[in-house]
Design a protein around this ligand. Structure first.
Ligand code: NAG
Ligand code: NAG
Ligand code: NAG
Ligand code: NAG
Ligand code: NAG
Ligand code: NAG
Ligand code: NAG
Ligand code: NAG
Ligand code: NAG
Length: 411
């Protein structure tokens, strides 16, 4: 007898499978630090060659350990399967000579219209199973005067801002087209540009990492998954001068992202967009404390970028002393174009906004509205709320107060 599978049953099963999958689809647990293949001591000179050679001759599955002192290095590439371990008390400092990072046009360390003249300090390209581990620190030295110049990387960023141009500064860690990459426990400070950018990477875990830059340092985003999938960012403390976490998708979709149990200080929040051309979907942000930032939970696009932003779930978030605690904006900076964004199935559950601030939900047009569900969302009654072209299910309960976010993030 032939089995007949009815189409509506298949659809029902698919729908059930889909529920609760707005997250990293891997089962991610706390990473384990790989064993060292070699331990290096700092020479106090330029250690670029020593570290790079050790990385290249390390057995796959193991790590090059930087075990004592302050290391100075130019750009490094971490090969596939190999990791870098910066042990407790050790610092790896990025040399500040822009010529070391130049991509060939002699623009690194200058201001121009593009800002793409430098390679990163640490690069992983087409790597599988690589990572950066340890209780030590990687210092981008963006606050220090560049070699051969009278200005620091961040000084250059200020000039660029003033001139409405871009600084050509290195990212601290750049990961491209890679798989199963881990950053664990490391402290990343003073990045000249984005601290960690993961482009088109599948399987990316950032766990227990600390990222610091001053609130005034331009473009020092914390962790940016860009066109990446199966991403977990958990138990991190991030306080930077720009977006703490920013999900983007200029060349490929970003999806299945879990942002769990983090604390973000000054900076620009938990952002999706505005560069979401290829869409962002199935994102869970759970257990987040946001304090002292300019913007809290932020989704932004416009008719220039477009992009489908769907199945976004915020749960158990506490926001305090934030100027704009929640902003969903389909007309961000009002850039013109013909690619109308879609913001659909965006759920806020157990969200507390303890202090006054601006809450805004702005759709694109009558036919292209932002679609939001609110479940147990409490805000301070002094918040100003703008809902324009927004289909909102549920309501904001204006009864939240408090001077501190509790451990669980829900006051
Ligand atoms: C994750 O764990 C669950 C429960 O143990 C299991 O059913 C599922 O297959 C696992 N998924 C992956 C991708 O390993
Ligand atoms: C994400 O992880 C799941 C579970 O391991 C896997 O089945 C899926 O192929 C991954 N996604 C991509 C885009 O590789
Ligand atoms: C980092 O420090 C913690 C707490 O002291 C320790 O348990 C852990 O093993 C250290 N990690 C590494 C990679 O040494
Ligand atoms: C740069 O920052 C580091 C630590 O963040 C600090 O120790 C150092 O003194 C600063 N250097 C300058 C020149 O400001
Ligand atoms: C730094 O150098 C630039 C040109 O090399 C010069 O225009 C500028 O005045 C100098 N700034 C300071 C603070 O010395
Ligand atoms: C990584 O990807 C970005 C974005 O596509 C690109 O700008 C950068 O040059 C790439 N880096 C490397 C080392 O290929
Ligand atoms: C990033 O997080 C820090 C720490 O909570 C916060 O102070 C800062 O304002 C955030 N950045 C932005 C741009 O919101
Ligand atoms: C809406 O998003 C949630 C995650 O927040 C997901 O579980 C659900 O399947 C989505 N609903 C639809 C109709 O896609
Ligand atoms: C609202 O603002 C007023 C005036 O600043 C202040 O007295 C009051 O305590 C605030 N209410 C709450 C709930 O924070």
């Amino acid at each position: 007898m032939k089995r007949i599978i009815r189409l509506e049953n298949v659809i029902a099963i698919l729908a059930i499978i889909h529920i609760g999958l707005a997250r990293d689809l891997r089962n991610v647990t706390e990473p384990k630090t790989p064993e060292a293949c070699v331990s290096l001591k700092a020479s106090n000179g330029d250690d670029t060659n020593a570290i790079q050679k050790a990385l290249e001759s390390c057995t796959k599955g193991k790590a090059v350990a930087l075990s004592s002192g302050i290391f100075y290095s130019g750009p490094l590439t971490i090969p596939s399967g190999v990791s870098l371990l910066v042990e407790k008390g050790v610092t790896l400092k990025a040399l500040t000579n822009p010529a070391l990072y130049d991509l060939g046009a002699n623009t690194c360390g200058t201001v121009n219209e593009y800002g793409v003249g430098c390679k990163a300090f640490i690069t992983m390209l087409g790597a599988k199973g690589s990572g950066i581990y340890g209780n030590g620190t990687i210092d981008g030295q963006a606050n220090v005067t560049m070699t051969g110049k009278n200005i620091s990387w961040w000084g250059l960023s200020k000039v660029a801002l003033h001139e409405n141009k871009f600084e050509n500064n290195p990212q601290l860690v750049q990961i491209n087209n890679s798989m199963d990459i881990t950053l664990y426990q490391i402290t990343l400070i003073n990045s000249p540009f984005y601290t960690v950018a993961a482009y088109e990477t599948n399987g990316f875990t950032v766990w227990g990492v600390t990222i610091l830059a001053p609130a005034t340092a331009r473009n020092t985003d914390g962790v940016d998954p860009i066109g990446s999938q199966n991403v977990t960012i958990a138990h991190c403390y991030i306080a930077t001068g720009d977006d703490n976490v920013s999900i983007k998708s200029q060349t490929a979709t970003s999806s299945h992202i879990s942002v769990l149990n983090n604390h973000f200080g000054h900076g620009n929040a938990m952002a999706i967009g505005s560069e979401v051309d290829y869409g962002a979907s199935d994102v869970t942000v759970s257990g987040l404390t946001l304090s002292g930032s300019k913007i809290g939970l932020h989704i932004k696009s416009n008719a220039f970028r477009g992009g489908h932003v769907t199945n976004i779930f915020y749960d158990n978030v506490c926001i305090i002393d934030v100027i704009t605690p929640i902003a969903l904006d389909m007309r961000s900076t009002n850039l013109a174009g013909d690619r109308i964004p879609v913001f659909r199935n965006i759920t806020f559950s157990n969200v507390y906004v303890l202090t006054k601030g601006r809450i805004m939900m702005q759709g694109f047009s009558e036919t292209d509205q932002v679609e939001v569900t609110l479940k147990n969302v409490h805000i301070n009654k002094n918040c100003t709320v703008t809902e324009h072209l927004a289909k909102v299910t549920g309501s904001l309960i204006p009864d939240a107060t408090g001077t501190k976010c509790g451990y669980s993030g829900n006051q």
